[in-house]
Design a protein around this ligand. Structure first.
Ligand code: FUL
Length: 690
């Protein structure tokens, strides 16, 4: 009798519990405790502030005088306040950039703040920032450039000792450090203590990372190290502010080294079969350059660009490291603060009301009652839904209990057990049955999908392929209000103004006299001729929602109409057409590496500008140049010779200043391009004194 009852009892209990309650085993590499905590920071700041701030460069050569470093109103408290208000969790400072100047009074070099006039050599930016971060409860990180264009020993074994000693100072004197950022740019020309030469290093072996990492670990066990190759956090392979659609945190780490050419293409998105947990970090600057240049005051990224970056970084399984080029005063510029605040306001609105938290949810499969579907809506990151071991495709269905309108979907895997999901899609119930509204690949720590607004009573999330049974810790659903983007104003080669709206549904109004456009201004219907100087301002209105965009404005200046590029190829004129999206590629002859412009009259110039090609596929970006002026197109005076720092990763407008000189002709000579292809130019111009 007893023996007969036992199997019945066991069957009954299992029936109630549905399957075993043991958690799924880990799949592939898993994060460390430190990596898990770091991932939750999500959003933190980069500050590029160093010698380049005062020399107006992106990369210094290493021969700069320490005296030039002299902020007038340095206030790290302002940086911390701005970051804290934006919901950022930490600040990483360029303690030493490629030019070797140190923001702290290092005992191992004279090339530091201690030799500057700032605070009579008694200042220490690292200390001021550490204090501000403590006050505002922010984490502190350091950027340390392994490449040092100032140090006499760079390239020799002694330099590694120097680098380690400096890291020792940074990692012991400023409290807890959360991230140590190693740049992949390594080796090249430099001052090197006066040698003025090119020094190449073997990026794989020179820094002896194998023995350098443990030193850092010992001094700061909780700090994570960043580089292309990790070991803890990896680069996303671009400086434009986006991670890839498919983003695996596992990486084939042993195949990667910092600065490898093929990294961006082959490794940046991680690998499904990656051997180590090395999650991505998306780094981008709020302006075109990493360092402050006053000519970029009007080029701070727009609200729309920043919002896109949020979704394309944090929404794609990476953290977001947003850079502020702190200015010569030592402050985050007002324009940058304003744009940052606009972005955070949009994001706050987008995620204001969560729509699924109190709704009914069921799963196609669960491994046991501890792993029920309700765990994804309970707001507790420790609990999660898991399917049975061999279920690599499964679905969750949310019943909204009435029609619900939404356009954002947020999902998180329980990454403590590894990243699993390979593909998933979303469907809503319609009168005709299930209709797919979005599909995507990886999830990881967090994935956010944006899609056109839909209304339905029911949402189904289908995990269509996974490395092992899915484990989901969180799902959130939102309705984000429409962001109406400002129109884009351009002038074509026939001097016609073309205004384009971001969406068909909106109407555009504009003015030509500098006044603010409203619905009573000119309504834009087609391109119009504008062959005199004018300030064009435009605005977009969405009749349906009643919303309007910000006002956008351009100054159309016809002063360059007297200009002519002296070249038989008609297309060479594209380099002075004022349109950034058109460019001219010189052909292979050596003489074509020269671009000569006749400005039509003598002009007093004090610099020149070069904008590399902006359209993909980009080629012929000039890295080294010479710039000449002439009265007669026969006798030329060289005004400048040099390199455009970081132009490969960041192909932005380059601005080079020199002493005032009157000239009618200018000549830009490309002596080296990034890919050794013929030089290409989007725009070339001159700087003139006001
Ligand atoms: C790059 C550097 O060369 C840039 O100057 C900047 O620091 C950026 C964050 O990383 O590799």
């Amino acid at each position: 009798m007893k023996n007969c009852l036992l199997p019945i009892l066991i069957t009954f209990l299992l029936g109630c519990q549905k399957g075993p309650v043991i958690p799924p085993g880990p799949v592939g590499p898993v994060p460390t405790v430190q990596q898990l905590e770091w991932q939750e920071l999500e959003f933190y700041a980069f500050v590029h502030f160093n010698m380049n701030t005062f020399t107006n460069k992106e990369w210094g050569f290493g021969d700069e005088s320490p005296d030039w470093f002299n902020p007038t109103e340095l206030d790290c408290g302002q940086w911390a306040r701005v970051c804290k208000d934006a919901g950022m969790k930490g600040i990483i400072l360029t303690a030493k950039h490629h030019d070797g100047f140190c923001l702290w009074p290092s005992s191992y070099t004279e090339h530091s703040v201690k030799s500057s006039q700032w605070k009579e050599g008694k200042g220490d930016v690292m200390r001021e920032l550490a204090k501000a971060c403590r006050e505002y409860d922010l984490k502190l990180g350091i950027y340390y450039s392994p490449w040092d264009r100032n140090h006499p020993s760079y390239g020799k074994p002694e330099y590694i000792t120097y680098m380690r000693s400096q890291l020792g100072e940074l990692l012991t004197n400023y409290g807890e450090i959360f991230e140590v950022w190693f740049d992949g740019a390594n080796g090249g020309t430099g001052y090197y203590g006066g040698a003025n030469e090119e020094r190449r290093v073997d990026k794989k072996t020179y820094y002896d990372w194998k023995n350098t990492y443990p030193i850092i670990r010992k001094l700061q066990p909780n700090a994570l190290m960043f580089s292309d190759a990790g070991p803890d956090i990896r680069w996303v392979g671009n400086e434009k502010g986006y991670a890839f659609e498919t983003m695996w945190s596992p990486l084939l780490r042993d195949s990667v080294y910092a600065g490898m050419i093929e990294y961006a293409e082959e490794y940046a998105s991680g690998q499904e079969n990656g051997t180590h947990w090395v999650p991505g970090e998306t780094n981008v600057s709020i302006r075109p350059g990493w360092y402050y240049h006053d000519h970029e005051d009007g080029q701070v990224k727009s609200e729309k660009q920043l919002v896109d970056m949020y979704y394309n970084s944090i929404g794609r399984n990476t953290t977001w490291l947003l850079n502020f080029p702190v200015d010569e005063r030592g402050l985050i510029h007002e324009n940058d603060v304003a744009q940052l605040q606009k972005m955070t306001a949009v994001i706050a609105k987008d995620f204001e009301h969560e729509l699924a938290w109190d709704k009914k949810i069921k799963a196609s499969n669960i491994r046991g009652s501890n792993f029920g579907a309700g765990n994804v809506l309970d707001g507790n990151k420790e609990t999660y839904w898991a399917a049975e071991d061999d279920e690599i495709a499964a679905s969750l269905t949310i019943d909204f209990d009435g029609s619900t309108t939404f356009n954002r979907f947020l999902i998180q895997e329980n990454i403590a057990l590894g990243q699993r999901i390979k593909t998933f899609n979303l469907e809503i119930k319609t009168e005709k049955g299930w209709e797919e509204i979005a599909s995507a690949t990886t999830v990881g720590y967090k994935r956010i999908l944006r899609f056109p607004t839909v209304t339905s009573t029911t949402l189904r999330i289908n995990i269509t392929d996974s490395k092992a049974c899915p484990t989901i810790s969180n799902i959130e659903i939102y309705y984000a209000p429409k962001l109406i983007e400002p129109p884009v104003i351009n002038q074509n080669e026939n001097s016609e103004v073309v205004i384009t709206a971001s969406e068909n549904a909106v109407e555009i109004y504009y003015t030509k006299d500098g006044s603010v456009p409203t619905r009573s201004s000119y309504k834009y219907v087609q391109p119009f001729l504008q062959n005199t100087s004018a300030v064009i301002k435009a605005i977009a209105y969405d009749e349906k929602s009643g919303g309007k965009s910000k006002v956008v404005q351009v100054e159309l200046n016809k002063s360059s109409t007297k200009w002519k590029v002296l070249h038989n190829d008609e297309n060479a004129q594209l380099t002075i057409d004022g349109i950034n999206n058109t460019s001219w590629v010189s052909d292979n002859n050596k003489s074509d590496a020269e671009l000569i412009i006749d400005m039509g009259e003598n002009i007093t110039v004090n610099g020149f500008t070069y904008l590399p090609m902006q359209n993909e596929p980009v080629s012929g970006i000039i890295t080294k140049y010479e710039f000449y002026v002439s009265y007669d197109n026969r006798i030329w005076t060289r005004m400048s010779k040099g390199e455009f720092g970081n132009i490969e990763n960041s192909p932005i407008l380059q601005q080079v200043e020199f002493g005032k000189i009157a000239a009618r002709y200018i000549k830009l000579v490309a002596t080296k391009t990034v890919d050794r292809m013929p030089a290409a130019y989007a725009e070339v111009g001159v700087l003139t004194e006001e």
